[in-house]
Design a protein around this ligand. Structure first.
Ligand SMILES: C[S@@+](CC[C@H](N)C(=O)[O-])C[C@H]1O[C@@H](n2cnc3c(N)ncnc32)[C@H](O)[C@@H]1O
Length: 212
């Protein structure tokens, strides 16, 4: 799919959490990740496309250290503010865009990403970079919209995919040598329609494990 310009997440960062639908979705995605991944003490985790840190902060109590990574400095500033306010010592941020030349240093036990894949045109290339940055036996947990008709975003800027088929996500993880792959429903977003009704958009969580 052709991408329509770049979405300006910096200008949305300060008010991102004011939309209850986003907060509820992040809470459900976080709960699904915690159900699907066997978190043990001291894990090093990356949340790629962390935004204001709704998922990052939901996971922090379950992990050793977590890095919130995003290509929007505005989003990272919001997350940093929350981290300071809550006095958290195991959460840090990193400005990074793996679709450019940025490199991902680190050796993670778990890499998660929520509602970011649809903004990345070359998803297999991104997943390849994720898998390279996982420890052997490390986990990937990727949440995004199930394939939809393009009505989810009112503004198409920066949207590369109208969600993903379950079989596509399963296939990309298989192609990158993952095992223990499953694609489950993590949440359903209820969006009001102009006619007063509502539209339901399922959100999937694809999980896979790098070979030992
Ligand atoms: C829809 S928001 C989701 C934020 C957060 N994960 C959540 O669930 O609330 C998408 C996020 O992905 C980030 N993003 C988009 N393209 C990116 C890229 N190529 N690299 C890193 N982050 C990216 C945006 O800046 C934005 O914060």
């Amino acid at each position: 799919m052709q991408i329509h310009g770049k979405r300006d997440f910096d200008s949305k960062a300060a008010t991102w959490d004011e939309e209850p639908r986003r907060v509820a979705l992040a809470r459900e995605v976080t709960a699904a990740i915690i159900r699907e991944i066997p978190f043990v003490n001291g894990m090093d985790v990356l949340d790629y496309g962390c935004g204001s840190g709704l998922v990052t902060l939901g996971l922090q109590a379950h992990v050793g250290r977590i890095i919130g990574a995003d290509s929007s400095q505005g989003m990272l500033d919001v997350l940093t503010g929350k981290v300071r306010e809550q006095g958290l010592v195991n959460v840090s941020t990193r400005l990074i865009d793996l679709t450019s030349q940025d490199s991902l240093d680190g050796d993670f036990d778990v890499i998660v990403s929520s509602m970011t894949l649809h903004h990345v045109c070359d998803v297999p290339a991104l997943i390849s970079r994720f898998v390279r940055s996982l420890k052997p036996g490390g986990w990937l947990a990727l949440a995004d919209l199930e394939a939809e008709d393009g009505s989810f975003h009112d503004d198409p800027a920066g949207v590369c995919h109208h969600g993903f088929e379950r079989s596509y996500l399963h296939g990309v993880l298989t192609d990158h040598g993952c095992s223990d792959i499953r694609v489950v429903q993590a949440a359903i977003v209820h969006k009001p329609r102009p006619d007063g009704g509502e539209r339901l958009y399922p959100v999937l969580l694809a999980v896979g494990r790098k070979g030992l």
